[in-house]
Design a protein around this ligand. Structure first.
Ligand code: PBG
Length: 324
């Protein structure tokens, strides 16, 4: 394997040859587009820390869902911003909740678009944590029932896939049981299996108004130093019935994506989270990087690492770039 017999540059000679030997190609089908639903009508409110992203009322969400579908993006992920927050996250599993309304409206107008719902309580809780809180502690087992109720209400409203993001132990099994007991045995679970306690979520917490009011999420989300533990988390979720497993965030966790892809035989999703998005937007605004090129490089690297699906706020821009 030595020079001058081998000259890797031969295959980099021009664009046509480079394209022929390219190992990773992004396609619109790779993407899932996250969106934020809020109450009201005709609302399209800018999210300051995530330029290009909005809180949208149900009518506006439907319009955007139509655009997304036309571009060839197969799926959206929905987050809800409730009218009221309380200690039990009541709107998370109310049939009149904002998410439930959005699911119905999208499935009514764009039935072919796959609607995935984030199943979590933090947006709906007065304290902003992902579980029931007692004496400053986030309780695991009592939370499972509320998560199962939420997933069930999403399925009833017409969701195609439910995606638990809370990181309570045993939630996948609890959700699977509840769905099966009510005739939704064909609704897949996409589990946020290896979700790290990350500083990259802060723009999202502005978007979803879900910042914890005390402490942080380190007693339930994973420690970012841990690699082997991700394998354990994914194995547990698959055992409990997860159909798709997710690694989150993506950019600083490409090793985890690669490990999971090599170890398991279920589809692997990766979440290119809000902070990863906002950093690119901010640096581009300052003229320090080329936004479109950096975006495509990041998304390609996530796929190259092994992701079969990429959840990203860049989905619409990336597909426009692919269509150029
Ligand atoms: C809810 C949830 C969060 C994200 C997705 N689902 C926030 C969190 O865990 O604090 C983050 C998404 C992003 O940063 O883009 N638990």
């Amino acid at each position: 394997m030595s020079f001058p017999i081998h000259r890797p540059r031969r295959l980099r000679k021009n664009g046509a040859i480079r394209k022929m030997v390219r190992e990773t190609q992004l396609t619109p089908e790779d993407f899932i587009y996250p969106m934020f639903v809020t109450h009201g009508r005709g609302v399209k409110k800018k999210i300051q820390s995530m330029p290009g992203c909005f809180q949208r009322s149900v009518d506006e969400i439907v319009k955007e869902a139509q655009n997304v579908y036309k571009l060839g993006i197969p799926a959206v992920l929905l987050f809800g911003i409730p009218e009221h927050r309380d200690e039990k996250g009541s709107e998370a599993y109310s049939d009149k909740g904002v998410i439930q309304k959005a699911i119905k409206a999208i499935k009514d107008k764009v039935p072919e678009l796959v609607v995935i719902t984030d199943v979590c309580l933090c947006e709906y809780m007065s304290h902003g944590h992902c579980g029931i809180v007692k004496n400053g502690k986030i309780l695991n087992d009592p939370t499972l029932e509320l998560l199962a109720k939420s997933a069930l209400s999403h399925a009833r409203a017409g969701a195609d896939i439910v995606a638990p993001s809370d990181m309570m132990d045993g939630r996948v099994g609890a959700i699977r049981d509840a769905l099966d007991a009510h005739g939704f045995e064909d609704i897949p679970i996409m589990s946020y299996s290896a979700k790290y306690a990350s500083a990259f979520y802060s723009p999202f917490r502005e978007a979803a108004e879900s910042a914890p009011q005390f402490g942080d999420r380190r007693s339930y989300q994973m420690d970012s130093s841990n690699r082997r533990e991700a394998i354990k988390e994914v194995a547990l979720d698959i055992e409990e019935g997860a159909d798709i497993v997710m690694v989150k965030p993506a950019m600083c966790y490409l090793d985890i994506i690669s490990d999971i892809k090599d170890t398991f035989d279920v589809p692997v999703a990766a979440y290119n989270v809000s902070g990863e998005y906002s950093m690119v937007k901010a640096a581009a605004k300052l003229g320090w990087i080329d936004e479109k090129k950096v975006m495509m490089e990041i998304l390609t690297s996530i796929k190259r690492a092994g992701a079969d699906l990429i959840l990203t706020y860049f989905a619409v821009d990336a597909v426009k770039e692919l269509n150029k």
